[in-house]
Design a protein around this ligand. Structure first.
Ligand code: GLN
Length: 486
């Protein structure tokens, strides 16, 4: 048995049977990180001492048989966007270098409370802006399936750490596709919950009306387990919903007989990679054979999603990132002549090119004289995109699409062309704009051995339907069992 290839639920079972201890599992993952992360570069920070201490505590909990949850003693990685008490949190930006939060994000607190072991913080695009981790201020993460390719982004370090068996699962964030697109590129499961399902407190804000944290895992059951651990109302985040948290693992084996799956014609477009299109088309047949009905639908405002997103997300980012001024967090330029000069020099040295581009775009679209033409217009079209989905739910229960138009691209291939990079999220962005949940499930490989992802979107707060559909698909195909060899 290879401990580091096990899913959360498989690990938990062995821990419960006392066939393994959490310390053994944690040591196995730390050894694996030591062996492969020099090539994969998934982690910005590894925290072996904290991990072993948490593992010892988990073993004690399991020994006592009290307070044991499905993730007690299981080692996870988390994106470096989550504040972790006492552990540097950079958001892959120079401007936060040296920032050590005095508190845990709510999702981190919940994971720790459930007994999870946190192995370290994963690489990402700076402030989650990007689709490849090439915008990290520190280094680019490599795709474990092909080391000359990107792992997707912005949660690329999280996706790669799962695919490279450097953790049992990871926690990412998704503002326009940052969980689902890297999950698709790395052949793992990635779930973006409904906006408000999971607390954003302590998760460094990019675009507050779109950001949401979610699991990146080796299979569907693990996604259900992790969502259950992090979901629910948090008094520290007024946008977190008070809706009850169901047992997401309960309905996984229910099957999809009679489920109506909408197939939006706008998502099967010219110019999509032919192998992606073939894999996704084959996946739809599998769903049909498992008893679902495929319903052709239309989401007519899809064509505007990328433009709307880059107005809304950059506007919110320009406002959220105003707080990094050299006074409160992280780095400060040493040679400021006065306060304003210090602000300018800190922000100039601290932010990378993509972050600056977005701050400028967002500031422009919010400025007097342009606000009505850009931000306000974008908000109006966002409502139309949301209405498209409301209309679609009249004829279907979930919607299936490709996750991304291409498999993982080569490192360096798109860096000089931000617009092409923005198109990586053409199929994932509408979901965030509408606030609905979405999952990406592995659905095969290209002839060159690169993973392809199937995206399933659902009604607000109906994560259970996505998990049930993905679970039925997983049972029929077994793609999730494939592991990258490194
Ligand atoms: N790739 C998209 C962007 O660059 C989405 C990022 C995200 O979801 N955080 O904004």
């Amino acid at each position: 048995m290879n401990i580091t290839e096990l899913a959360i639920h498989e690990t938990a079972e062995l821990l419960a049977k006392k066939e393994l201890t959490s310390v053994q599992v944690t040591e196995a993952y730390l050894k694996r990180i030591g062996a492969v992360d020099g090539r994969v570069n998934a982690f910005i920070t590894v925290t072996p001492d904290e991990a072993i201490a948490a593992a010892k505590e988990a073993d004690e909990r399991i020994r006592r048989g009290a307070d044991v949850t499905p993730i007690t003693g299981v080692p996870l990685s988390v994106k470096d966007i989550f504040c972790t008490r006492g552990v540097q949190t950079t958001c892959a930006s120079r401007i936060l270098k040296g920032f050590v939060p005095p508190f845990d994000a709510t999702v981190i607190r919940r994971l720790k409370h459930a007994g999870a072991v946190i192995l370290g913080k994963t690489n990402m695009d700076e402030f989650a802006m990007g689709s490849s981790t090439e915008n990290s201020a520190f280094f680019t993460t490599k795709n474990p399936w092909a080391l000359d390719r990107v792992p997707g982004g912005s949660s690329g370090g999280s996706a790669a750490s799962v695919a490279a068996s450097e953790c049992a699962a990871s926690l990412g964030t998704d503002t326009g596709g940052s969980i689902r697109q890297p999950a698709s590129c790395c052949g793992v499961m990635g779930l973006k919950p409904t906006y408000g399902r999971v607390s954003r407190y302590g998760m460094i804000a990019f675009a507050s009306s779109l950001d949401q944290a979610g699991p990146m895992t080796k299979d569907v059951r693990d996604a259900a387990i992790m969502l259950g651990a992090i979901a629910g109302r948090d008094p520290l985040d007024s946008t977190s919903a008070d809706a009850p948290v169901p047992d997401y693992t309960a309905g996984l084996d229910g099957g999809i007989k009679g489920m109506r799956i909408g197939i939006p014609k706008e998502y099967f477009i010219e110019g999509m990679d032919s192998e992606v299109s073939a894999a996704v088309t084959a996946a739809l047949e599998v769903l049909k054979d498992a008893g679902a009905t495929l319903v052709p639908i239309s989401l007519p405002h899809t064509a505007y999603a990328v433009s709307v997103y880059y107005l809304v997300a950059t506007a919110e980012a320009s406002s959220n990132l105003a707080r990094y001024d050299g006074v409160k967090y992280g780095m400060r330029a040493a040679d400021g002549a006065n306060l304003i000069d210090m602000y300018k020099k800190t922000r100039d040295a601290g932010f990378g090119a993509e972050v600056k581009r977005r701050i400028m775009l967002g500031t422009y679209s919010l400025s007097a004289g342009y606000y009505d033409a850009y931000y306000k217009k974008a908000s109006q079209v966002r409502s139309l995109i949301t209405r498209d989905f409301d209309e679609a739910w009249k004829s279907c229960d979930v919607i299936a699409t490709p996750t991304a138009p291409t498999p993982a691209f080569k490192i360096g291939e798109k860096v000089s062309d931000p617009l092409t990079m923005y198109l990586s999220d053409i199929f994932t962005i509408s979901c965030n704009l509408a606030g609905i949940p979405g999952i990406s499930a592995p659905c095969g490989f290209t002839s060159g051995g690169l993973p392809v992802g199937l995206q399933i979107l659902g009604k607000p707060f109906d994560e259970a339907a996505l998990l049930r559909a993905a679970s039925a698909y997983e049972r029929e195909t077994g793609w999730h069992k494939k592991r990258a060899s490194l």
